[in-house]
Design a protein around this ligand. Structure first.
Ligand code: ADP
Ligand code: MG
Length: 265
């Protein structure tokens, strides 16, 4: 339960009318998204629907052509205003992203990977950063592996280090871009469990995933994207059990019953 919801406070993050084209391809056609503090918003949708572009726009890896992004306590960035709103959008520094591929530095140990951002980039005291990193590693069951190199870990362990590395930045918002889709099936659960625990602890997060079981359990709000637009959104119980739109129904049927005849229609 989000504290903001009950108090009616300003959302942590609001996106309004996000548009983005690559060449002639219009990839986002006016996406709206609202996230209250402590909430989990899950984005689902077919390949190419724009999920990754939304996430990348939220943390400044992509600059929308138009639309407004606002984060609590900072002036909104209006990307259609003909000025470079990118530098003014505060979320970049207040969020951390976990990608499909962990992107750990191969030549650094687990601990070195985790402290790199808070120590070298954020300039926090090294001893404090190391102590916090060790706590975080223990929380995801990796306290024994701080001296290991990424290649010595399983994919699931690497991804858990990736999550710890994001947490070590002390972000206000976590962005997950298909955090389990590069993993072998038997390693997916351990990573989803960590993300679910963070959600239960009250972290604010936006998660792009194809794991509908996770979405059902962890999400406060689900957005179904298709063709660069939000086709349908709602609480997971509504959206998964009684989708209102045919496109949502077809997508869910394809994911849930991939060998069913419907999949080819
Ligand atoms: P999803 O994550 O839902 O699969 P994406 O946001 O990755 O969708 O991509 C949406 C569309 O935008 C796709 O057609 C993709 O090929 C295209 N696209 C994404 N990034 C770029 C880019 N940097 N240059 C050109 N096309 C891109
Ligand atoms: Mg994607």
């Amino acid at each position: 339960m989000s504290p903001d919801r009950t108090t009616g406070a300003e959302p942590l993050l609001t996106a309004r009318g996000l548009r983005k084209s690559f060449g002639v391809a219009e990839v986002l056609r006016g996406v709206d998204l609202t996230l209250h503090r402590g909430e989990v918003v899950v984005l689902i949708g077919p390949s190419g629907s724009g999920k990754t572009t939304v996430l990348r726009s939220l943390n400044g890896l992509e600059t929308p052509d138009a639309g407004i992004l606002s984060i609590q306590g900072a002036p909104p960035a209006d990307f259609g205003a003909g000025i470079d709103a990118r530098g003014r959008f505060a979320l970049r520094d207040r969020s951390a992203m976990v990608f499909q591929h962990h992107n750990l530095f191969p030549h650094l140990t687990v601990l070195q990977n985790v402290i790199e951002g808070p120590w070298r980039v954020q300039g926090r005291p090294k001893a404090e950063v190391i102590a916090e990193a060790r706590d975080l590693l223990a929380r995801v069951g990796l306290d024994e592996r701080e001296g290991a190199y990424p290649h010595e870990l399983s994919g699931g362990q690497q991804q858990r280090v990736g999550i710890v590395r994001a947490l070590a930045l002390r972000p206000e918002l976590l962005l997950f871009g298909e955090p389990t889709s590069a993993l072998d099936p038997e390693l997916v659960g351990e990573v989803l469990l960590v993300i679910k625990e963070l959600a239960d602890e009250g972290w604010s997060m936006i998660v792009v995933t194809h794991e509908l079981g996770f979405a059902r359990e962890a999400a406060d709000h689900v957005l179904f994207l298709d063709g660069g637009a939000v086709v349908e959104e709602g609480a997971p119980d509504e959206l998964f059990t009684a989708p209102r739109h045919e496109r949502t129904r077809r997508f869910l049927a394809r994911i849930l019953r991939p060998l069913d005849g419907d999949a080819r229609s």
